[in-house]
Write a protein that binds this ligand. Structure first.
Ligand SMILES: C[S@@+](CC[C@H](N)C(=O)[O-])C[C@H]1O[C@@H](n2cnc3c(N)ncnc32)[C@H](O)[C@@H]1O
Length: 299
Protein backbone atom coordinates (compact mmCIF):
# COMPACT_ATOMS: atom_id res chain seq x y z
CA UNK A 1 0.00 0.00 0.00
CA UNK A 2 1.23 3.51 -0.74
CA UNK A 3 2.45 5.21 2.40
CA UNK A 4 0.70 8.43 3.20
CA UNK A 5 3.49 10.85 4.10
CA UNK A 6 1.46 13.69 5.57
CA UNK A 7 -0.18 13.15 8.86
CA UNK A 8 -3.82 13.84 9.51
CA UNK A 9 -2.68 17.03 11.18
CA UNK A 10 -1.43 18.36 7.88
CA UNK A 11 -4.00 16.87 5.54
CA UNK A 12 -7.36 16.78 7.20
CA UNK A 13 -7.34 18.87 10.32
CA UNK A 14 -5.95 21.82 8.54
CA UNK A 15 -7.50 24.30 8.35
CA UNK A 16 -10.81 23.32 9.96
CA UNK A 17 -9.68 21.34 12.96
CA UNK A 18 -6.76 23.65 13.66
CA UNK A 19 -9.36 26.24 14.56
CA UNK A 20 -10.96 23.84 17.00
CA UNK A 21 -8.03 22.09 18.59
CA UNK A 22 -5.49 23.51 20.97
CA UNK A 23 -2.48 22.12 19.13
CA UNK A 24 0.06 23.64 21.50
CA UNK A 25 -1.57 21.93 24.43
CA UNK A 26 -1.40 18.54 22.72
CA UNK A 27 2.19 19.08 21.57
CA UNK A 28 3.17 19.91 25.14
CA UNK A 29 1.39 16.78 26.27
CA UNK A 30 3.18 14.66 23.66
CA UNK A 31 6.53 16.13 24.68
CA UNK A 32 5.89 15.47 28.36
CA UNK A 33 5.92 11.68 27.89
CA UNK A 34 8.75 9.31 27.07
CA UNK A 35 6.54 7.26 24.74
CA UNK A 36 8.96 4.44 24.08
CA UNK A 37 9.68 3.83 27.74
CA UNK A 38 6.02 4.10 28.75
CA UNK A 39 4.74 1.93 25.93
CA UNK A 40 7.35 -0.71 26.74
CA UNK A 41 5.62 -1.20 30.12
CA UNK A 42 2.60 -2.54 28.22
CA UNK A 43 4.21 -4.43 25.39
CA UNK A 44 3.70 -8.18 25.59
CA UNK A 45 6.37 -10.16 23.78
CA UNK A 46 3.86 -12.76 22.63
CA UNK A 47 1.56 -10.24 20.97
CA UNK A 48 2.14 -10.09 17.24
CA UNK A 49 0.58 -7.43 15.07
CA UNK A 50 -1.75 -8.80 12.42
CA UNK A 51 -0.99 -7.82 8.87
CA UNK A 52 -4.22 -5.88 8.40
CA UNK A 53 -3.15 -3.70 11.31
CA UNK A 54 0.55 -3.10 10.84
CA UNK A 55 0.47 -2.68 7.07
CA UNK A 56 -1.92 0.27 6.96
CA UNK A 57 -2.06 3.91 7.84
CA UNK A 58 -5.16 4.76 9.82
CA UNK A 59 -6.54 8.30 9.72
CA UNK A 60 -3.61 9.28 7.53
CA UNK A 61 -1.11 8.62 10.29
CA UNK A 62 1.96 6.73 9.16
CA UNK A 63 2.26 3.42 11.02
CA UNK A 64 -1.37 3.75 12.05
CA UNK A 65 -1.91 3.11 15.72
CA UNK A 66 1.65 1.94 16.29
CA UNK A 67 2.67 5.48 16.76
CA UNK A 68 2.48 7.91 19.70
CA UNK A 69 0.97 10.58 17.41
CA UNK A 70 -2.11 8.39 17.01
CA UNK A 71 -2.54 8.27 20.77
CA UNK A 72 -2.13 12.01 21.20
CA UNK A 73 -4.35 13.08 18.31
CA UNK A 74 -7.13 10.55 18.82
CA UNK A 75 -9.17 12.28 21.53
CA UNK A 76 -9.09 15.86 20.23
CA UNK A 77 -10.25 14.61 16.82
CA UNK A 78 -12.82 12.12 18.04
CA UNK A 79 -14.51 14.82 20.06
CA UNK A 80 -15.57 16.39 16.76
CA UNK A 81 -16.34 13.34 14.66
CA UNK A 82 -19.03 11.67 16.77
CA UNK A 83 -22.03 13.95 16.29
CA UNK A 84 -24.06 15.17 17.96
CA UNK A 85 -21.80 14.72 20.97
CA UNK A 86 -19.14 12.13 21.76
CA UNK A 87 -20.25 11.51 25.34
CA UNK A 88 -23.88 11.16 24.32
CA UNK A 89 -23.00 8.61 21.65
CA UNK A 90 -20.82 6.57 24.01
CA UNK A 91 -23.53 6.80 26.67
CA UNK A 92 -25.82 4.84 24.33
CA UNK A 93 -23.56 1.83 24.88
CA UNK A 94 -23.55 2.27 28.66
CA UNK A 95 -27.35 2.59 28.71
CA UNK A 96 -27.69 -0.60 26.69
CA UNK A 97 -25.98 -2.78 29.32
CA UNK A 98 -28.56 -5.31 30.42
CA UNK A 99 -26.42 -7.39 32.75
CA UNK A 100 -25.01 -6.57 36.15
CA UNK A 101 -21.40 -6.99 35.22
CA UNK A 102 -18.75 -8.13 37.65
CA UNK A 103 -16.06 -8.30 34.99
CA UNK A 104 -16.02 -6.17 31.86
CA UNK A 105 -13.68 -6.40 28.90
CA UNK A 106 -13.48 -3.47 26.49
CA UNK A 107 -11.88 -4.68 23.27
CA UNK A 108 -9.94 -2.24 21.10
CA UNK A 109 -10.22 0.20 23.99
CA UNK A 110 -7.91 2.76 22.40
CA UNK A 111 -7.43 5.76 24.67
CA UNK A 112 -10.08 4.32 26.98
CA UNK A 113 -12.90 6.84 26.55
CA UNK A 114 -15.63 4.18 26.73
CA UNK A 115 -13.65 2.07 29.20
CA UNK A 116 -13.60 4.94 31.68
CA UNK A 117 -17.34 5.45 31.28
CA UNK A 118 -17.90 1.73 31.92
CA UNK A 119 -15.91 1.90 35.14
CA UNK A 120 -17.81 5.01 36.22
CA UNK A 121 -21.14 3.32 35.48
CA UNK A 122 -20.16 0.03 37.17
CA UNK A 123 -17.66 1.00 39.89
CA UNK A 124 -17.81 -2.44 41.55
CA UNK A 125 -16.87 -4.25 38.38
CA UNK A 126 -13.35 -5.20 37.40
CA UNK A 127 -12.81 -3.41 34.11
CA UNK A 128 -10.14 -4.35 31.61
CA UNK A 129 -9.29 -2.40 28.48
CA UNK A 130 -7.45 -4.32 25.78
CA UNK A 131 -5.74 -2.87 22.73
CA UNK A 132 -3.09 -3.80 20.19
CA UNK A 133 -1.42 -0.42 20.44
CA UNK A 134 0.76 0.09 23.50
CA UNK A 135 0.78 3.82 22.72
CA UNK A 136 -3.00 4.01 23.00
CA UNK A 137 -2.74 2.19 26.33
CA UNK A 138 -0.26 4.77 27.64
CA UNK A 139 -2.81 7.48 26.93
CA UNK A 140 -5.67 5.39 28.36
CA UNK A 141 -3.79 4.75 31.60
CA UNK A 142 -2.99 8.42 31.94
CA UNK A 143 -6.66 9.35 31.55
CA UNK A 144 -7.75 6.75 34.10
CA UNK A 145 -5.18 8.00 36.62
CA UNK A 146 -6.34 11.57 36.15
CA UNK A 147 -9.94 10.43 36.69
CA UNK A 148 -8.97 8.34 39.73
CA UNK A 149 -10.29 5.14 38.16
CA UNK A 150 -8.76 1.72 38.65
CA UNK A 151 -8.76 -0.04 35.30
CA UNK A 152 -6.47 -2.79 34.03
CA UNK A 153 -4.89 -2.02 30.65
CA UNK A 154 -3.89 -5.05 28.65
CA UNK A 155 -1.83 -5.27 25.49
CA UNK A 156 -3.43 -7.90 23.27
CA UNK A 157 -5.18 -8.92 20.12
CA UNK A 158 -8.97 -9.01 20.42
CA UNK A 159 -9.08 -11.89 17.93
CA UNK A 160 -7.30 -14.17 20.37
CA UNK A 161 -6.88 -12.98 23.91
CA UNK A 162 -5.10 -14.77 26.73
CA UNK A 163 -8.17 -14.81 28.99
CA UNK A 164 -9.80 -18.09 29.92
CA UNK A 165 -13.25 -19.20 28.79
CA UNK A 166 -16.36 -17.66 30.34
CA UNK A 167 -14.67 -15.10 32.56
CA UNK A 168 -16.54 -11.90 31.62
CA UNK A 169 -20.16 -10.83 32.03
CA UNK A 170 -19.88 -8.04 29.50
CA UNK A 171 -17.65 -7.64 26.45
CA UNK A 172 -17.74 -4.34 24.59
CA UNK A 173 -16.13 -2.94 21.46
CA UNK A 174 -16.53 0.72 20.59
CA UNK A 175 -15.44 2.03 17.19
CA UNK A 176 -13.40 -1.11 16.60
CA UNK A 177 -15.09 -2.94 13.76
CA UNK A 178 -14.87 -0.21 11.13
CA UNK A 179 -11.10 -0.50 11.65
CA UNK A 180 -10.94 -4.20 10.84
CA UNK A 181 -11.61 -6.43 7.85
CA UNK A 182 -14.92 -8.28 8.21
CA UNK A 183 -13.16 -11.58 8.72
CA UNK A 184 -11.41 -10.09 11.77
CA UNK A 185 -14.66 -8.65 13.06
CA UNK A 186 -16.19 -12.13 12.93
CA UNK A 187 -13.17 -13.61 14.71
CA UNK A 188 -13.43 -10.98 17.46
CA UNK A 189 -17.11 -11.79 17.95
CA UNK A 190 -16.27 -15.49 18.20
CA UNK A 191 -13.63 -14.65 20.80
CA UNK A 192 -16.16 -12.48 22.68
CA UNK A 193 -18.53 -15.43 22.73
CA UNK A 194 -15.82 -17.67 24.20
CA UNK A 195 -14.97 -15.10 26.87
CA UNK A 196 -18.54 -14.51 28.05
CA UNK A 197 -20.39 -16.43 30.70
CA UNK A 198 -23.71 -17.95 29.64
CA UNK A 199 -26.20 -15.08 29.76
CA UNK A 200 -23.38 -12.56 29.27
CA UNK A 201 -23.75 -9.68 26.84
CA UNK A 202 -21.71 -8.40 23.93
CA UNK A 203 -22.20 -4.76 22.94
CA UNK A 204 -20.70 -2.96 19.99
CA UNK A 205 -20.93 0.69 19.05
CA UNK A 206 -19.75 1.83 15.65
CA UNK A 207 -20.59 3.59 12.43
CA UNK A 208 -24.07 2.91 11.07
CA UNK A 209 -23.59 0.36 8.29
CA UNK A 210 -26.84 1.30 6.60
CA UNK A 211 -25.99 5.01 6.54
CA UNK A 212 -22.39 4.42 5.45
CA UNK A 213 -23.66 2.41 2.49
CA UNK A 214 -25.91 5.30 1.47
CA UNK A 215 -23.38 8.10 2.07
CA UNK A 216 -20.30 6.75 0.40
CA UNK A 217 -18.53 10.14 0.46
CA UNK A 218 -18.33 9.79 4.26
CA UNK A 219 -16.03 6.83 3.70
CA UNK A 220 -13.44 9.03 2.02
CA UNK A 221 -13.00 11.52 4.79
CA UNK A 222 -11.06 9.77 7.50
CA UNK A 223 -8.74 7.47 5.57
CA UNK A 224 -10.13 4.33 7.07
CA UNK A 225 -8.74 1.38 5.08
CA UNK A 226 -11.56 -1.04 5.93
CA UNK A 227 -14.59 1.21 6.25
CA UNK A 228 -16.18 0.23 2.90
CA UNK A 229 -15.84 -3.43 3.76
CA UNK A 230 -17.34 -2.66 7.17
CA UNK A 231 -20.22 -0.74 5.57
CA UNK A 232 -21.00 -3.72 3.34
CA UNK A 233 -20.98 -6.11 6.28
CA UNK A 234 -23.69 -6.95 8.75
CA UNK A 235 -22.87 -6.99 12.46
CA UNK A 236 -26.18 -8.66 13.27
CA UNK A 237 -25.37 -11.58 11.01
CA UNK A 238 -21.84 -11.84 12.37
CA UNK A 239 -23.11 -11.89 15.94
CA UNK A 240 -25.60 -14.57 15.00
CA UNK A 241 -22.91 -16.70 13.35
CA UNK A 242 -20.74 -16.33 16.46
CA UNK A 243 -23.57 -17.96 18.44
CA UNK A 244 -25.23 -14.95 20.07
CA UNK A 245 -28.97 -14.78 20.58
CA UNK A 246 -31.38 -11.85 21.02
CA UNK A 247 -29.21 -10.00 18.52
CA UNK A 248 -30.39 -6.49 17.78
CA UNK A 249 -28.91 -3.46 16.10
CA UNK A 250 -30.22 0.03 16.75
CA UNK A 251 -29.56 3.33 15.07
CA UNK A 252 -27.96 5.90 17.30
CA UNK A 253 -28.32 9.36 15.81
CA UNK A 254 -28.53 7.84 12.30
CA UNK A 255 -24.78 7.68 11.78
CA UNK A 256 -23.89 5.32 14.60
CA UNK A 257 -25.23 1.93 15.49
CA UNK A 258 -25.38 -0.10 18.64
CA UNK A 259 -25.51 -3.90 18.47
CA UNK A 260 -26.24 -6.26 21.32
CA UNK A 261 -26.17 -10.03 21.65
CA UNK A 262 -26.56 -12.46 24.51
CA UNK A 263 -24.63 -15.68 24.93
CA UNK A 264 -27.33 -18.32 25.33
CA UNK A 265 -27.62 -20.37 28.45
CA UNK A 266 -27.09 -24.01 27.54
CA UNK A 267 -29.83 -26.45 28.47
CA UNK A 268 -27.25 -28.33 30.46
CA UNK A 269 -25.81 -25.26 32.11
CA UNK A 270 -23.06 -26.93 34.12
CA UNK A 271 -20.58 -24.24 33.05
CA UNK A 272 -22.75 -21.29 33.91
CA UNK A 273 -21.63 -18.90 36.65
CA UNK A 274 -23.74 -18.80 39.76
CA UNK A 275 -24.91 -15.26 39.80
CA UNK A 276 -27.65 -13.17 41.23
CA UNK A 277 -30.41 -11.29 39.48
CA UNK A 278 -28.73 -10.60 36.18
CA UNK A 279 -31.32 -9.31 33.77
CA UNK A 280 -30.47 -10.72 30.37
CA UNK A 281 -33.80 -9.87 28.84
CA UNK A 282 -33.68 -7.52 25.92
CA UNK A 283 -36.84 -6.47 24.27
CA UNK A 284 -38.01 -3.47 22.37
CA UNK A 285 -39.78 -2.00 25.36
CA UNK A 286 -36.56 -2.00 27.37
CA UNK A 287 -34.71 -0.34 24.54
CA UNK A 288 -37.37 2.28 24.16
CA UNK A 289 -36.48 3.46 27.63
CA UNK A 290 -32.84 4.07 26.81
CA UNK A 291 -31.73 7.41 28.12
CA UNK A 292 -29.92 8.12 24.89
CA UNK A 293 -31.43 8.28 21.46
CA UNK A 294 -31.05 4.72 20.24
CA UNK A 295 -33.95 4.01 18.01
CA UNK A 296 -35.20 2.06 15.06
CA UNK A 297 -34.23 -1.55 14.52
CA UNK A 298 -32.10 -1.76 11.44
CA UNK A 299 -33.44 -3.56 8.41
C1 LIG B 1 -11.00 3.81 16.36
S1 LIG B 1 -10.10 3.18 17.70
C2 LIG B 1 -11.38 2.99 18.93
C3 LIG B 1 -10.85 3.20 20.31
C4 LIG B 1 -11.90 3.21 21.41
N1 LIG B 1 -12.57 1.95 21.54
C5 LIG B 1 -12.89 4.32 21.25
O1 LIG B 1 -14.09 4.03 21.30
O2 LIG B 1 -12.49 5.46 21.11
C6 LIG B 1 -9.76 1.49 17.28
C7 LIG B 1 -8.80 0.84 18.24
O3 LIG B 1 -8.83 -0.55 17.99
C8 LIG B 1 -7.52 -1.06 18.14
N2 LIG B 1 -7.48 -2.35 17.44
C9 LIG B 1 -7.60 -2.60 16.12
N3 LIG B 1 -7.56 -3.93 15.88
C10 LIG B 1 -7.42 -4.53 17.10
C11 LIG B 1 -7.32 -5.87 17.53
N4 LIG B 1 -7.37 -6.90 16.66
N5 LIG B 1 -7.17 -6.12 18.83
C12 LIG B 1 -7.12 -5.11 19.73
N6 LIG B 1 -7.21 -3.81 19.40
C13 LIG B 1 -7.35 -3.52 18.08
C14 LIG B 1 -6.63 0.04 17.61
O4 LIG B 1 -5.32 -0.06 18.10
C15 LIG B 1 -7.35 1.29 18.11
O5 LIG B 1 -6.88 1.69 19.35
Amino acid sequence: MAVQQDTIWERFLSPVFRLLIDEDKWRRYADSIDWERESDRFRQADVTFPQYYSSQNFHGIKDGYLNYRAAVSYDPITEYVLPPNETLVRQALIDAVKVQPRRILDLGCGTGSTTLMLKQAFPQAEVIGLDLSPYMLVRAEDKAKTAGLEIVWQHGNAEKTSFSDACFDLVTAALLFHETPNVVCREILRESFRLLVAGGQVLTLDGNQKTLRQLDWLNNIFEEPYIREYADGNIDASMGSAGFEAVRTYDVWWIHQLSSGIKPTPVNNAQQYTRTSIDTTIDNNDWGELGSPAFGIMA
